[in-house]
Write a protein that binds this ligand. Structure first.
Ligand code: G3P
Length: 220
């Protein structure tokens, strides 16, 4: 991952799964090849074949290899083309022990890990596991169109402060409701090194323009 980073979480919208995921990825890629695309695990292979952008899975399991039917294996995701994975998104929460195991499993296989936390305290706990980066996302603002950087700036500043106490080199992103260039700029001013965005890009009538707008906010 390069910082400041823009991570687009495709989630599971009709505009962002299967063939539509590839179409969306191409539009985003035309706006920026460094934008991270967090896609449905089953779309990792096709999206990573279609664009040069780093592709992340939305979730992986830390199970060892063997008799684990339905397990999403880190090595399988890596070999499908993923460069990293989200872990513990608010819409797919894990307990702390599983988060730690998953970060280690990702590291073991050379995958980057972007771990989500719903608040600053959890973010600080996660920093001890040394993922690639942590993204703080207040759940109540997710999908609201009201950005964390405007509505709850203290969540961003407190998370940056607490996480840096644990690990001064840890990268902190923020997400939830980020929709505009101004939201992204504000996030950087608050100390975040990137933003995690879903609906504003996925549901946009012009995803390329929306991504360009957000990149301007991040890069100045
Ligand atoms: O992972 C990003 C996310 O949860 C924020 O969603 O739709 O508020 O950008 P959204």
């Amino acid at each position: 991952m390069k910082f400041p980073s823009l991570v687009v979480n495709f989630k599971a919208y009709e505009q962002s799964i299967g063939d539509s995921a590839v179409e969306l990825a191409k539009k985003i890629s035309n706006a920026g090849k460094g934008v991270v695309l967090a896609v449905q695990d089953v779309d990792v292979f096709r999206v990573s074949k279609a664009v040069e952008n780093p592709v992340f899975a939305q979730h992986v399991d830390p199970d060892p290899e063997g008799a684990f039917t339905g397990s999403i294996q880190v090595r399988a995701v890596k070999e499908a083309g993923a460069k990293g994975t989200l872990i513990n998104h608010s819409e797919h929460r894990l307990d702390l022990e599983t988060i730690e195991k998953t970060v280690h499993a990702a590291k073991e296989h050379g995958l980057e890990s972007l771990v989500c936390a719903q608040d600053e305290e959890l973010a600080a706990q996660i920093a001890h596991f040394k993922p690639t980066a942590i993204a703080v996302e207040p759940p109540e603002l997710i999908g609201s169109g009201i950005s964390v950087s405007k509505a709850k700036p203290e969540v961003v500043t407190n998370t940056v402060a607490l996480v840096k106490q644990v690990d001064p080199d840890m990268h902190v992103l923020c997400g939830a409701g980020i929709s505009s260039q101004e939201d992204a700029r504000r996030a950087v001013e608050l100390g975040a090194q990137g933003v995690l965005v879903a609906s504003a890009v996925v549901k946009s009538s012009d995803p390329k323009a929306k991504v360009l707008d957000l990149l301007k906010g991040l890069n100045g």
